[in-house]
Design a protein around this ligand. Structure first.
Ligand code: DP6
Length: 328
């Protein structure tokens, strides 16, 4: 009745931006990401103890944060088809302090894997991905390592909307992602709210959906050929297009700041000088740079020269996994 799992975050190369069903978290389009090591979240779940209790990074979770965790465990209880009793959850991330990095993808993936194991359910990446998705959409792509594709699915019940691994972490060991923390502040508009506002008000949104879906097989091909330049170009283009849909919302939504733009400018200059480095950008001002092992030091230097407060160098990460030691 007790299990612990560790999961890594992921960075989308083709982004997920917008839901067709907010309750089940079903996306309008498919997305594709790379799992990142060494950053990780570890979560222990135990059923059948005192009362429901959720502790995240040393603090008792309250409000919607607590609700999201407990709602996911409700799904575990339904799948187990037995009375598991109350649940205790303790979760810890090793992300740099207030780094502006979202740990929710790794957090919900670790919770899904640990929750299923604590309930005695068998290891099943597809079921765990569906479960993680209901906590946070991008979390479905952190159940497995390497390059994962979240297929939007067609069904109304979401049973065909989960992530599948296309290439494992060992496929492209030379690939590097360098996270540049330019701003540690909480973002003003969370991804969940920003994407809803964009779906509801941006006239560019239908074009985004069509285009992102088309980019998936192309991204897959570039990864199959380990073509960094083609993947880098696609990844930048896709990030710009996601941000363009939000800029066209009413009122407009801009996640970039002047530091972000300065870094992008500098990156282009470096690329002209032969440094193979590209960027992607989630719903915030902190770019993630895509490069290879031979240039990760140069990519870090570039980020620091542009005022990065912190830089985290990442390599392709592995699957979420069960751990023998528990957090409590
Ligand atoms: C810009 O997965 O955090 O990072 O499903 O509402 O929890 P919810 O949203 P979330 O959104 C991630 C958006 C993104 C792009 C991506 O990771 O694909």
């Amino acid at each position: 009745m007790k299990a612990t799992a560790l999961a890594h975050p992921n960075i989308a190369l083709v982004k997920y931006w917008g839901k067709r069903d907010e309750a089940l978290i079903l996306p309008h389009q498919s997305s594709l990401s790379l799992t990142l090591s060494p950053l990780s979240v570890t979560t222990t779940v135990e059923f059948g103890v005192g009362h429901d209790a959720v502790e995240l990074n040393g603090h008792t979770a309250r409000g919607s944060e607590r609700e999201r965790v407990l709602r996911l465990l409700e799904q575990v209880r339904a799948a187990a088809k037995k009375d598991l009793g109350p649940a205790k959850v303790v979760s810890r991330g090793d992300f740099p302090m207030a780094a502006g990095l979202a740990s929710s993808a790794a957090g919900f993936a670790a919770l899904a894997v640990a929750g299923r194991a604590a309930a005695g359910l068998p290891a099943d990446p597809r079921a765990a991905s569906i479960l993680a998705r209901m906590g946070s959409g991008s979390a479905c792509r952190s159940v497995q390592g390497g390059f994962c594709e979240w297929q939007r699915g067609e069904r109304a019940d979401g049973e065909d909307s989960f992530a599948v691994q296309r290439f494992d972490a060992a496929w492209w060991p030379d690939l590097r992602m360098v996270v540049a923390i330019l701003d540690r502040g909480e973002k003003e508009v969370k991804s969940r709210d920003g994407m809803k506002h964009t779906v509801d008000t941006s006239p560019y949104y239908p074009a985004w959906v069509q285009d992102a879906e088309k980019e998936i097989p192309q991204a897959r091909e570039h990864i199959a050929r380990r073509d960094l330049q083609a993947l880098g170009d696609l990844c930048e283009r896709n990030a710009w297009r996601m941000h363009a849909t939000s800029l066209a919302a009413n009122p407009p939504l801009c996640y970039l700041n002047s530091g972000t733009l300065a870094l992008i400018q500098h990156l282009r200059e470096q690329r002209k000088k032969g440094i193979p480095v590209w960027f992607t950008l989630d719903a915030g001002p902190n770019p993630v740079l895509l490069t290879d092992a031979a240039h990760e030091v140069a990519a870090e230097a570039l980020a620091r020269a542009c005022g990065a407060l912190e830089v985290v160098r990442c390599v392709p990460g592995g699957d979420a996994e069960l751990k023998p030691e528990h957090l409590f």
